[in-house]
Ligand binder design. Structure first.
Ligand code: GLN
Length: 446
């Protein structure tokens, strides 16, 4: 598949041909990465996660409850893409309402990992990552609330980037946990990620959490020869399995050999990441998902009374994981538990952020695993709790509002990709991408 950078040099006629070829290939693929083949506009085709509004497309968040819903407006990121010579083509499969780490909870059935079809592609942006890695998308947009761009990118061997909170407009993104959600690129390489990030970033009056200052474009002056101070947290890495630890140690040595300075640091609050995230994310999800009641969007269940309509539409429309989170979220927000769980989690969130920021006083970047293991087999994640643990390295970045990027660094003995993550200070995407370009160069992943 041609890269996004190469696609930028093509004429409109060539791109139209390319889109048509892509459509044939994507329809013939058995990865189940696409859940729709709509297209909108002209230009370089970019695959869109099924929770980003493209005007006049069905947009369903991978859920039964949104079947039949047609987007009445365009997300800001889509408008931005179109103004940069790109177009929206195809809807990417995802975990229902972006809740999950495997893309197994989609209404459309699971997506497969292109490196081993009996394995998951990760989630929740699993369709986006599988399509890019599987050669049926040039580049894709995903969304990341607790790792949903970086983790599937790592499992599939492509690049996934989560911008600083507030850098990319959330207007038109189906809200999961509004204080954590960000849209970002999933691409074949770091330069393409920078190109796509440049295209979608920027202030937006329609998103009240959008940062109101501009940052220079990155792709045009990406510097893979930069020399940076990179922090590693040994105790953090010990929780990963042997494949990941080996890749990590080898990569640190390569970065050092390339002239980067490695410093050893500690992050003592990371043990609270999972608990804090699942209190806050579920509280916000319960609130955001209250709007799906059978009245305004998508499918309405058969019922005699209004109350029964709410009850039946939600019971039939939502899947098990979404229901679990709505219940958990309502519980932590309920009187009597609000202070004990929700308020406390907000306080811990600040401590987590402060601890990251203290490291950035002395280091430009942090290098960490993306996930504790390579992509698991389908249906292997037995309990919800076990699935939640697979996010241990990515959640903190969202809780702290930082930018992070997942870059493939190698494969394990079974040929499954291993990705590592770089994390930067808020709004320091330039350093993040330079570091990622350097990492990509030193590991030379094929
Ligand atoms: N796996 C995490 C969750 O289920 C993160 C999902 C995401 O980033 N959208 O909440």
């Amino acid at each position: 598949m041609i890269t996004l950078k190469e696609a930028l040099t093509k004429s409109n006629e060539e791109l139209e041909l390319l889109r048509a070829e892509l459509e044939v290939k994507a329809k013939a693929s058995d990865l189940n990465a696409y859940v729709g083949f709509e297209s909108s506009g002209a230009g370089i085709p970019i695959l869109i996660k099924d929770n980003i509004q493209v005007k006049d497309w069905p947009v369903t968040g991978g859920s039964k409850i949104l079947q039949g819903y047609i987007a009445p407006y365009e997300a800001t990121v889509i408008k931005n893409l179109k103004s940069k010579g790109m177009m929206a083509f195809g809807r990417a499969n995802m975990d229902e309402f972006a809740m999950g780490s495997t893309t197994e909870s989609s209404f459309y059935g699971p997506t497969k990992n292109p490196h081993a079809e009996d394995r998951v592609p990760g989630g929740s942006s699993g369709g986006s990552a599988a399509a890019v890695a599987g050669g049926i998308a040039i580049a894709a947009l995903g969304s990341d609330t607790g790792g949903s761009i970086r983790q599937p990118a790592a499992y599939c061997g492509c690049v996934g980037m989560k911008p600083t909170y507030g850098r990319v407009s959330r207007f038109g993104l189906g809200a999961y946990a509004s204080s954590l959600d960000q849209i970002g690129p999933i691409t074949q390489n770091v330069e393409d990620a920078a190109i796509l990030y440049d295209a979608i970033k920027g202030h937006d009056d329609k998103d009240s959490t959008s940062a109101d200052f501009e940052i220079e474009d990155i792709a045009n002056n990406l510097n893979p020869d930069v020399k940076l101070t990179i922090a590693v947290i040994d105790s953090y890495v010990e929780a990963a399995d042997a494949d990941i630890q080996k890749a990590f140690t080898e990569t640190v040595a390569k970065l050092e050999a390339a002239g980067h300075t490695i410093v050893r640091k500690e992050l003592s609050n990371t043990k609270y990441d999972i608990a804090t995230y699942y209190v806050l994310a579920t509280a916000e999800a319960a609130t955001n998902l209250a709007r799906y009641d059978g009245v305004r969007y998508g499918t309405r269940a058969e019922s005699k009374t209004t109350e029964e309509m709410f009850y039946n539409s939600r019971s039939e429309g939502f899947g098990e994981e979404v229901k679990r989170r709505i219940m958990l979220g309502n519980f932590v927000l309920s009187s009597g538990y609000y202070d004990a769980y929700y308020v406390k989690a907000q306080k811990v969130r600040h401590l987590i952020r402060d601890e990251f920021n203290a490291i950035f006083e002395e280091a430009d970047l942090i290098l960490s695993p993306v996930a504790p293991a390579v992509a698991p087999k389908m249906h292997a994640t037995e309990s919800a709790l076990e699935m939640y643990k697979s996010d241990m390295y990515t959640l903190g970045v969202n809780l702290a509002g930082l930018p992070g990027i997942s870059v493939p660094v190698g494969k394990n003995a079974e040929g499954m990709p291993v990705g590592l993550q770089l994390i930067a200070k808020a709004f320091n995407e330039k350093i993040l991408f330079d570091g990622a370009a350097s990492l990509e160069k030193v590991v030379n992943y094929k």
